[in-house]
Structures are given as C-alpha cells and as structure tokens.
Design a protein around this ligand. Structure first.
Ligand code: NDP
Ligand code: GDR
Length: 371
C-alpha cells in the first residue's frame, strides 16, 4: 500500500511520501503534535525540537494557512520539523498520520478551542473537540497501541465549580458546549487507557497565556488593545464579564508539563495550574499599569467603566455582546499532584506574564503587526 500523506517542509515544495520510508529514516524520538498553528502547538514544537525530537506538526488546509507563531519562535524552518496537512475529524487520515510518521508520542492539541464560539457552533465543536480525539485513539488502537497519547483537557470541565481549589478528583460540571465536548474526550482517553491498556494521559490545564495567544481570548485581547490605546490606534477597550476569575499561567511553562506527562511511567490525569486566581478586571488594571497607564474604575454592571486617571478619558467599558449564555465564574487549580509526581511547577508570575504580553504587543503594533 502506498500511503499518500502530504508532508511539507515549510517554504519547500510539497512531497508525497511512502510512510514506511519516513518511519524508518530517523533514530530520533518521533512526535506528532496536532494543532501546530495554535499557541500551545508552537511552544511544544519548540520544546520538543530543543530536546532532539523529530516533530510532525499538523495543520488544516485553509485558503491561507498561517505559521506566524512558528516563525516568531524561529522554528518554522527547523530541519527536524515536518508540517503535515491533517484534519482531526477524519479517521482515515488519523490512521495514515500514525502509519506514515512512525510516531511514538502523540500530543493532541487540536480543537475548536474558543468557548464563546462553541455556543454558536455546538455541533462543529462536538465533532472536532469531542469526537476528534477519539479518531486518534482509534488510530492508536489500530496502528500501534504502544503509542503514548496526550489529550489536551481543560479546567472548563469543572465549569460551575464544585470545590475550591479544583484538583483531579473534583466533580465536573461543564458550562459550555466546549466544556461538554472536552469532557467526553477526557473520559474517552481514560476509557481507552482502562479498556485497551493504551498510554492515554489527560492534562487538565487551566488557562495559559502568552504573547502567542490568539486575539479572541481575553488576555491577549486586553494586551493588544492596551498597546493600541497607548499608541493612539484605539480609543476604548470593550469587554464582557469583568467578574470572571481565572487561574492564568504561562503557556511555555505548561507545555513542559505536557511533555513530562508522557515521560511518566504510567498514564494518568494531571492538573496544571498556578493556584492563584484573579478577575478579568484585575488583569485589565495590570495590563494598563504595564503600559504606565493608571485606571480608576467607576459604575457597576453594564455601566462599569474605567477612566485614565491622568486624562479622564474612558478607556474600558462593558459591551454585553461579549457576555456568554452560561459563564464559568471562578477557576483556581491546585497542581500538587503534577508537582509531586512530575516535578513540574509554574515558573512565571501573572505580573511577569502580563508585562511580557504588553511589551510584545507594543512592539508588534509599532511595527504594524496584524495577528
Ligand atoms: P489554539 O486555538 O491556539 O489552537 C488550536 C489548534 O487546533 C489550531 O492549530 C487549530 O488550527 C487546530 N484545529 C482546530 N480544528 C482542527 C481540526 N478540525 N483538525 C485539525 N486541527 C484543528 O489553542 P491552544 O493552543 O490555546 O490550546 C491547545 C489545546 O489545549 C486545545 O485543545 C485547547 O482546547 C486546549 N486547552 C487550552 C488551554 C489554554 O488556556 N490555552 C487550557 C486548557 C486546554 P487552525 O489554526 O487551522 O485553526
Ligand atoms: P476561557 O478564555 O473561556 O476561560 O477559555 P477566554 O479568555 O475566552 O475568557 C476568559 C474569561 O473572560 C471573560 N471575558 C471575555 N472573554 C473574551 N474572550 N472576550 C471578552 O471580550 C471578554 N470579556 C470578558 C469570559 O467571559 C471568561 O469568563 C480558555 C480557552 O483557551 C479554552 O480553550 C481553555 O480550555 C480554557 O481557557 C481553560
């Protein structure tokens, strides 16, 4: 059989390869990273390449594929990085992906990952985020049950939280189609572990951010807007629920935890978090402060707004269109298990993270960067 999978070295022509020749051509550990165009995919790829892995990173065919994150990290042309066209919803290409690459570790980071959109596209979210990972689990079962599998689970599964702080055994209560879909994939990972002995590990990661975060997520929306306001390119930042509390960490710290999970002796479930929670409002204040702007908060509810103490201008206000039909009000995770069993710990404070993002966005906006 001749497996036709398009494997692409970035900036080089497409080539079609026979899987077995690729699988046998390298002595290095081979990893598949799905969702390489996303925030975590980029950082994990950088980490794995640094550890001497050969990485097959998957991206979706779109009219304008974008590798800006890999470019920012300077790994887009790395000789051990191969970019593979792939869709998580397709079982046959999941099978071919594992056959052709010969991977022994699979990190499934691909998902429709935006909670807000999941309310408008519940079925697409279920297909991609819920059933998609099962295509990979099935492919592992068929191709090589020894492949180690990492599933990107989420604190959104805790939703309407049943205990504070949340740990691996805290009962789940998802509050969005995204959270429900992720919970299905989480349990399927455990089910394949228990039913077939597959090394399926689920990382329940709390929010993690970085200068590579998508601009639809609240932290990056805030830091990008702060930069634009500082440079006179935007008047006002509009947000939804300011009271939501999140446990925000740095994505680069968290991908290290993903890797450690697959190096453990046994598959398991681990929480990665910082054990600190802040409101969206706190993050806004922190981000403006990083740009030397002090805010004064006024009003409440939909009338809440923040003014620049120096100029008196309104810089932040509520727009109810950013409210969600159901909200996750409070997340705070305790990563004690990962600390004890994996030797993992978050290294970056929220203040450092926020400053890093504001500085990056100031630089990009000065240069006219548009992502
Ligand atoms: P991003 O949204 O930045 O990246 C998601 C990736 O999935 C993108 O590369 C996207 O490709 C890809 N993708 C989407 N649909 C498909 C599909 N049908 N087939 C193949 N690839 C697809 O997410 P993050 O990097 O922030 O998160 C990584 C994973 O971790 C996600 O699964 C997310 O749900 C989960 N997670 C994230 C947390 C966080 O705080 N960042 C916390 C907990 C879990 P494209 O560029 O084409 O859209
Ligand atoms: P979240 O992240 O839903 O936690 O999911 P997001 O940054 O989108 O929202 C965090 C909180 O901020 C509130 N909020 C706003 N959010 C956005 N996006 N835009 C706004 O204008 C706005 N105003 C207030 C939200 O209501 C929410 O309470 C992220 C994703 O990365 C998931 O994939 C991941 O699983 C979880 O984190 C953990």
């Amino acid at each position: 059989l001749y497996f036709l999978v398009h494997i692409r070295k970035y900036n080089r022509p497409f080539v079609s390869v026979s899987g077995l020749s690729v699988a046998n051509s390298s002595q290095k550990t081979i990893a598949v990273v799905t969702g390489i165009t996303g925030q975590d995919g980029a950082y994990l790829t950088e980490l794995l390449l640094g550890k001497g892995y050969t990485v097959y990173g998957t991206y979706r065919r779109t009219s304008s594929v974008n590798f800006w994150r890999l470019e920012e990290l300077g790994v887009d042309k790395h000789p051990d990085l191969h970019l593979v066209e792939y869709d998580l919803t397709d079982l046959s290409s999941s099978i071919r992906l594992l056959q052709t690459t010969g991977a022994t570790e699979v990190y499934n980071l691909a998902a429709q990952s935006f909670v807000g959109v999941s309310f408008d596209q519940p079925l697409a979210t279920a297909d991609i985020t819920g059933i998609g990972p099962v295509n990979l689990l099935e492919a592992i079962r068929i191709v090589n049950p020894k492949i180690k599998f990492y599933q990107a689970s989420t604190s959104e599964m805790f939703g309407k939280v049943q205990a504070i702080p949340q740990i691996e055994s805290t009962p789940f209560y998802p509050r969005s189609p995204y959270g429900v879909a992720k919970l299905y994939a989480h349990w399927m990972t455990i089910n394949y572990r228990e039913s077939y002995g597959i090394f399926g590990t689920s990382g329940i990661l709390f929010n993690h951010e970085s200068p590579l975060r998508g601009r639809e997520f609240v932290t990056r929306k805030i830091t990008d807007s702060v930069a634009k306001i500082k440079l006179g390119k935007l008047d006002v930042l509009e947000l939804g629920n300011m009271d939501a509390k999140r446990d925000w960490g740095y994505a680069k710290d968290y991908v290290e935890g993903m890797w450690r999970m697959l190096q453990a002796d046994e598959p398991d479930t681990f929480v990665l978090a910082t054990n600190r929670t802040e409101t969206v409002r706190d993050f806004v204040t922190m981000a403006f402060k990083a740009a030397d702007i002090s805010l004064d908060w006024k009003g409440s509810g939909e009338q809440e707004h923040a003014i620049d103490i120096l100029s008196g201008k309104t810089l932040v206000r509520i727009n109810p269109k950013f409210y969600r039909p159901a909200e996750v009000e409070l997340l705070i995770g305790n990563p004690e298990k990962a600390m004890a069993k994996l030797g993992w710990a978050p290294k970056t404070t929220l203040e450092e993270l926020c400053r890093m993002m504001v500085v990056a966005d100031l630089g990009r906006n000065e240069r006219g960067f548009s992502f």
